[in-house]
Design a protein around this ligand. Structure first.
Ligand code: SF4
Length: 248
């Protein structure tokens, strides 16, 4: 399973004019996987997303929980403290109590308030709209300089709210990409962001992200991948390895 060592060397060269045939092969495999997922799940339509500050809070709430619990916590927070200024300035206990359904409330509450304070101090207002005018790498750096904001949270804010070319790699995208062999074995989620972004044109980040999540939640679950029914089985490193006969 995974990639050979030469792939890792190619990644370090960061594409461009030095792109090897192995890197080209990976790009073409990624396109093939994207097409197969489109055939299986269709073209995801762009749904209206939250403003950037709300997306940031929602994504912090989503860490280590499911979408339902995240949304319940988000709505409770908004009901109790209707503006982000109120959330920022509230007693931390009030925030923690409001977001309890999302789990890890004792960590997420202070983290959300810290982020809101950081934005205010740096920008003079509670808005992230200025990020739309920054080059995407600068915007990522700015967001991830906040405590508790990693590459996935930054990419969600940038892609969903500000329509910037960033590809969020959540647990499903990460697992499926490792299994099919788009990432070197043992690549961590943080590193996976730049590697996967390099394999696709930016306009495909949104549909690829959503369909990989869908695939990870259905056929390619963590515990029980359904390789026999999977539209990716002919190109998936994990499935091909399972089929390879063990020498006697
Ligand atoms: S073939 Fe199996 S491991 Fe590969 S993507 Fe499909 S379900 Fe996942």
């Amino acid at each position: 399973m995974g990639l050979d060592h030469s792939s890792i060397v190619v990644y370090n060269l960061n594409g461009g004019e030095t792109m090897s045939s192995n890197h080209q092969r990976l790009r073409s495999k990624t396109t093939q996987i994207h097409r197969r997922l489109l055939e299986a799940y269709g073209e995801p339509s762009w749904r209206p997303h939250l403003d950037a500050v709300s997306e940031l809070v929602s994504t912090i709430l989503s860490q280590n929980t499911n979408d339902v619990n995240r949304d319940v916590a988000f709505e409770r927070l908004r009901d109790r403290l209707p503006t982000w200024e109120e959330v920022r300035d509230a007693e931390t206990e009030v925030v923690i109590e409001a977001i309890r359904p999302a789990g890890l409330a004792n960590q997420k509450g202070p983290r959300i308030q810290e982020a809101l304070r950081f934005i205010t101090e740096e920008q003079g207002e509670l808005s992230l709209n200025f990020l739309a005018d920054l080059p995407v790498e600068d915007a990522k750096r700015w967001l991830t300089s906040m405590n508790g904001v990693g590459p996935k949270t930054a990419a969600c804010v940038l892609l969903f709210s500000l329509h910037k070319p960033a590809l969020p790699v959540d647990t499903h995208v990460h697992r499926v990409a490792l299994r099919v062999g788009l990432l070197p074995e043992k690549t961590g989620a943080a590193k996976a962001h730049s590697l996967l972004e390099d394999l696709l044109p930016p306009e495909l980040y949104y549909p690829f992200h959503l369909n990989m999540i869908r695939h990870g939640r259905t056929l390619c679950s963590a515990r029980d991948p359904q390789c026999d029914e999977c539209p990716l089985q002919e190109v998936c490193a994990f499935a091909l390895e399972q089929r390879t006969p063990v020498p006697e």
